[in-house]
Design a protein around this ligand. Structure first.
Ligand code: URP
Ligand code: ZN
Ligand code: ZN
Length: 479
């Protein structure tokens, strides 16, 4: 089936121009003014709209087993909700339990993801260390298209790694040419602060941010960055939520270090007052890590995004329904950590970014798809409207308004952290590898239509890093 999108403004990260987009099968065939329509093609009118690459969310947790329960959104419902909001690809996380084989966990997640409605790929978490983990990292990169490994510096007694594991894994990633990513919070400090806060009698969700102040994130981000610097590996810091972590990234970058920062849409627009809500369920619905921060941090995050310290936007989509959150009633430490938002990321960022004059449409594309595609080696297959790229295309209507609500969203969770927020700028039509999956406010997704996308390692990235590292390596004194 061919599709021709006529009359829109094609908007890539580098430029905007008037052109028609011809889709043949799963690929973009042509991008040209007044392009000829193949016989039998469906013509979609995009006048007044932007034609943009489908969003890529580099940080989701569909059906994640976590904190004694399982995230409520599965790969089908989650990717369906994503396309309703203009996101056509996710990079989810395989998170093996300590002592579990990385390869075994990867295969388990691949099985769960077979029902995905849109394309997906996986980061794999290193949660422990021995020779089998080292070997599995090799197999995953060389045979399974995994080029990024995740390290949780928090969640003590669960999936947290210490510096020993972090260093072992970073060194192995250096051998393989893979990208290391970190959840940066000092888990030992969080553990102690949680005890202190709880022992003071603060047992509700308001205790959560008190046990995870910005300094805890800043310390871990800086530690991971400095370890990465010494070892000469690039680093990607997930869900950067505060000035402290952002300053560590900015300083490293100003010294020439290759460090990337991710920010969540929710950290840009929701502040920490949510934890003061006297309705326990509403406050608990916002328990995630790192927690929501004060407005001062939010303003700084926007500047980081505008100024190039932060590169990608994500959701950390990890949904738990109210009965699941209630496992922590009387003890905030047991509230499953996570919030949703895959459906809303693009429109929230357009409304508060482009709509408020903070971002241009091309910058919006850069931070919602292109930068992620480049950092994780998906570009130009994804993240650009160009001949030969996958036909993941969104007709973005800058005038379409929606009030976000749990009553109308497609996410499989009984709360919405953006409840009541009105956003102008929404996906009118979403096309996933050549198939219309969202139009007229209706989903047309199919279980299993999503494909696993390989992400090979980046040899070129690494040659430069390693050359620099070798040049500064200690040489010893000749006597
Ligand atoms: O609270 C969060 N973010 N839950 C998901 C796991 C993680 O830390 O990314
Ligand atoms: Zn995290
Ligand atoms: Zn996460």
């Amino acid at each position: 089936m061919s599709i021709v999108i006529r009359g829109g403004t094609v908007t890539n990260a580098d430029r905007q121009f008037r052109a028609d987009v011809v889709i043949a099968g799963e690929k973009i065939h042509a991008v040209a003014p007044d392009a000829e329509a193949p016989a039998g093609a469906r013509v979609i009118d995009a006048s007044g709209a932007f034609v943009i690459p489908g969003g890529i969310d580099p940080h989701t947790h569909m059906e994640l087993p976590f904190m004694g329960t399982v995230a409520s959104e599965d790969f089908f419902s989650g990717t369906s909700a994503g396309v309703a909001g203009g996101t056509t690809m996710i990079i989810d996380f395989v998170i093996p339990a300590p002592q579990e084989s990385l390869l075994g966990a990867y295969k388990k997640w691949r099985g769960w993801a077979e029902k995905a409605a849109a394309d997906y790929s996986f980061h794999v978490a290193v949660t422990w260390w021995d020779d089998s983990v080292k070997a599995d990292m090799g197999t995953l990169t060389q045979q399974h298209g995994v080029n990024s490994f995740k390290h949780f510096m928090a969640y003590k007694n669960a999936i947290m790694v210490d510096d020993d594991v972090l260093i072992s894994s970073f060194m192995r990633a250096r051998e393989l040419g893979a990208l290391c990513t970190v959840h940066a919070e000092n888990g030992e400090l969080v553990f102690r602060l949680q005890q202190e806060v709880f022992n003071k009698g603060i047992t509700g969700p308001e205790g959560h941010p008190l046990s995870r102040p910005p300094e805890v994130e800043g310390e871990a981000a800086n530690r991971a960055i400095r370890i990465a610097e010494v070892l000469g590996v690039p680093l990607y810091v997930v869900h950067t939520s505060c000035i402290d972590a952002m300053e560590a990234i900015a300083r490293a970058r100003s010294e020439g270090q290759r460090v990337f920062g991710e920010v969540l849409a929710q950290h840009l627009v929701i502040d920490d007052s949510v934890y003061q809500n006297t309705d326990w369920d509403k406050a608990a619905a916002h328990v995630m890590s790192p927690p929501f921060r004060s407005k001062e941090h939010q303003a700084a995050l926007w500047k980081g995004l505008q100024g190039g310290v932060l590169h990608t936007t994500a959701t950390d989509h990890c949904c738990f329904c109210t009965p699941q959150k209630r496992a922590g009633f009387g003890d905030f430490r047991k509230i499953p950590n996570g919030t949703g938002g895959i459906e809303d990321r693009m429109s929230v960022l357009w409304h508060h970014g482009v709509g408020q004059g903070r971002l241009t449409p091309s910058e919006f594309v850069a931070i919602t798809s292109t930068n992620t595609a480049k950092i994780f080696n998906l570009h130009p297959r994804k993240g650009v409207i160009a001949p030969g790229s996958d036909a993941d295309v969104v007709i973005w209507d800058p005038t379409k308004t929606r009030t976000i609500s749990v009553k109308t969203h497609h996410q499989n969770v009984d709360t919405n952290i953006y409840e009541g927020m009105s956003v102008t700028g929404n996906a009118a039509v979403t096309i996933s590898r050549g198939k219309v999956v969202w139009e007229n406010n209706q989903l047309k997704t199919e279980k299993g239509a999503g494909k696993y996308i390989d992400r090979p390692c980046f040899p070129d990235y690494w040659t430069a890093q390693e050359r620099r590292n070798a040049a500064t390596a200690p040489t010893g004194v000749k006597r």
